[in-house]
Design a protein around this ligand. Structure first.
Ligand code: ATR
Length: 302
């Protein structure tokens, strides 16, 4: 706190609720490591105030914002410019405030002195999919998903971002399963339109798949049932099981998957790499990933 003075600049995550967010611990550790005189805040914003909050952040020349539950979809309509990946995912998790440079290009505020800031626009990005890709690559030492078969659980915002990333990486088949079947069917129809070569099937696979991803919120509470039956895991034994949930560190799904002999990983890597990508957009500098990971682990697992 003693580091805050009149020159300090700010980024923030907006959420409702936001108190659970590990992003301030991760991002402030990174800012310190990079020697940037910025501070990253967590701000509780009710959905009905989101538009005003984004406008206020712009007026106060914040460097950027992250958006968490439940703001990612609504923010799509509230930014001045939407990056292609965010548009396709239907969600914005990162906003970069930009101003014209002397040459006329829009540059991030974080890369311009405050006195040089002119008109500002908000640019909406989605770094979640990129975060998932880097996490899969690192956690499973699996750099190339081409030709893979994947079972994706869920059809909400997280699942949509994951499905698009997997499709862009050239997987061969995608099994989509969701509690509300109609939402899985709708996502499947959209994906078939954009990626006609990928086999998209809205049921559980009969054969072992290369990867299962849980992109539902089932597992956040200790009392939640696993989103996939243990017998299914035992009998179909997928090679890898990824849970986007990172708290608790081992969900019932991951415990059962480990027991069934699958490689497993939780969503900490996704959280880390989506944050690293946001910081890189704001600052134009390489994110100090090791420092960020250590800060996240300490904040979440103690
Ligand atoms: P997010 O942006 O985190 O993906 P979301 O869009 O609300 O959040 O999506 C939550 C996902 O978890 C959905 O796929 C949801 O299923 P429905 O589409 O049927 O609502 C799934 N989900 C949430 N609670 C669930 C439960 N108790 N059992 C099964 N699926 C559940």
């Amino acid at each position: 706190m003693e580091l805050i003075n009149a020159s300090t600049r700010y980024c923030a995550v907006l959420g409702h609720p936001v108190r659970h967010s590990a992003s301030p611990a991760m991002q402030n550790a990174a800012l310190k490591e990079l020697n940037l005189p910025w501070c990253y805040l967590a701000l509780e914003v009710h959905p009905q105030d989101l538009r005003a909050a984004i406008a206020g952040a712009k007026a106060m020349k914040l460097i950027g914002l992250n958006l968490t539950v439940p703001h990612k979809t609504a923010a799509l309509e509230m930014v001045d410019v939407v990056h292609e990946k965010a548009r396709r995912s239907g969600a914005v998790n990162t906003i970069v405030f930009e101003t014209p440079s002397l040459g006329g290009d829009w540059v991030p505020l974080g890369q311009v002195a405050v006195e040089d800031v002119g008109p500002i626009r908000s640019h909406g990005y989605n770094t979640d999919a990129q975060g998932l890709a880097r996490s899969l690559e690192e956690d499973f030492q699996w750099p190339d998903l081409r030709g893979a078969s994947v079972l994706l659980l869920g059809a909400g915002g997280a699942a949509r971002a994951a499905a698009l990333q997997l499709a862009e990486e050239g997987i061969d088949s995608l099994f989509l399963v969701n509690r509300t079947g109609a939402k899985a069917e709708q996502l499947a129809a959209e994906l078939r339109g954009g990626f006609p070569k990928i086999h998209i099937i809205t049921r559980l696979p009969h054969d072992p798949v290369d990867l299962v991803i849980n992109a539902t919120s089932v597992g956040l509470k200790a009392s939640d049932p696993p989103p996939l039956a243990e017998e299914w895991l035992e009998s179909r034994r997928p090679r890898r099981v990824y849970d986007v949930i990172y708290r608790p560190a081992e969900t019932r799904l991951l415990r059962a998957a480990k027991k069934a002999g699958c490689q497993t990983a939780n969503g900490l890597g996704l959280l880390l790499y989506q944050g690293a990508a946001a910081l890189e957009l704001w600052s134009g500098r390489a994110a100090p990933v090791a420092v960020m990971r250590a800060a996240l682990q300490k904040d979440i697992y103690g």
